[in-house]
Write a protein that binds this ligand. Structure first.
Ligand code: COA
Length: 232
């Protein structure tokens, strides 16, 4: 557990620019009273031509549905070092699917897909997933094989799988503080559909939400209660 956290911390430092590192540090210092996230939201029409992967590795991608969920799959996923078994179980229980990338018969990364309601962005802010839509989330590639565009193979395989089951639009959120993830939409020159800011004030138990480029309620829902809500 400690090793995982140290590893994540080291990787975050290695691939982020000084300005982003300062922002992340300030966010951590303020965590006991105030925490925030900012994402770019992307929407891709996958009924059209699918984007080609650009990895030079020989990558095979297999998709597993909740019906395929076994202890072996759970062990394969958690052995990659990011997710605890309980979290994997929660995702399958929500009926999410996973695409696992395999290189030389070794699982090396994955991408999750949510095709029903219930996926939380953060702080009680939930994706609106309409029929024929799916959210791609939680991409991960093992540190030893990062930088070889394996994520692009996962992305293409996931889009292709989704199209085959009748999905026409894939959605995703990428933290503006995560240049490793932003590489994929930059490579394909994907336009940003919306930028979302979500913050939580601890003592007051308030959530603040704000969107740019498009109205927040066009893509997200949240409980209408004692909160500061600032839609577009
Ligand atoms: C985000 C992630 C899935 C990308 O996977 P990937 O297969 O390494 O993707 P790419 O090979 O296209 O590399 C993406 C970026 O990672 C960085 N990178 C390059 N070499 C790297 C290496 N050896 N180690 C780590 N990051 C590297 C670069 O910024 C690269 O972008 P560039 O090619 O435009 O310069 C992977 O970095 C990861 O698992 N990160 C931790 C989990 C995470 O942040 N997930 C995103 C949740 S939305």
């Amino acid at each position: 557990m400690i090793f995982r956290r140290l590893n994540t911390l080291f990787t975050s430092i290695r691939w982020r620019k000084p300005f982003i590192l300062i922002l992340l540090a300030v966010r951590e210092i303020l965590r006991p009273i105030f925490y925030w996230y900012a994402w770019h939201i992307f929407e891709t029409d996958i009924s059209q031509d699918l984007l080609k992967p650009y990895s030079k590795e020989d990558v095979e991608v297999k998709v597993y549905t909740p019906q395929d969920y076994t202890l072996i799959i759970q062990k394969q996923i958690s052995a990659m070092g990011e997710l605890e078994p309980a979290e994997i179980g929660r995702r399958f229980a929500r009926k999410d699917l996973i695409a696992i990338a395999v290189v030389r018969e070794q699982p090396v990364g994955y991408m999750w897909m949510a095709i029903s309601q219930g996926l939380e962005l953060a702080y009680d802010t939930y994706w609106t997933v309409r029929s024929h839509e799916a959210v791609k989330y939680g991409s991960f590639v093992i540190p030893a094989l990062r930088g070889r565009a394996i994520n692009s193979c996962l992305n293409s395989a996931v889009n292709s799988y989704l199209r085959n089951i009748g999905i026409i639009r894939s959605l995703s959120s990428i933290s503006i503080l995560n240049p490793q993830s932003m590489s994929l939409p930059k490579h394909y020159k994907r336009p940003i559909a919306m930028t979302v800011f979500v913050a939580h004030i601890r003592g007051l138990n308030w959530n603040i939400r704000k969107s740019f480029r498009a109205p927040l309620e066009s893509r997200f829902t949240w409980p209408k209660k004692r909160e500061i809500i600032r839609p577009f």
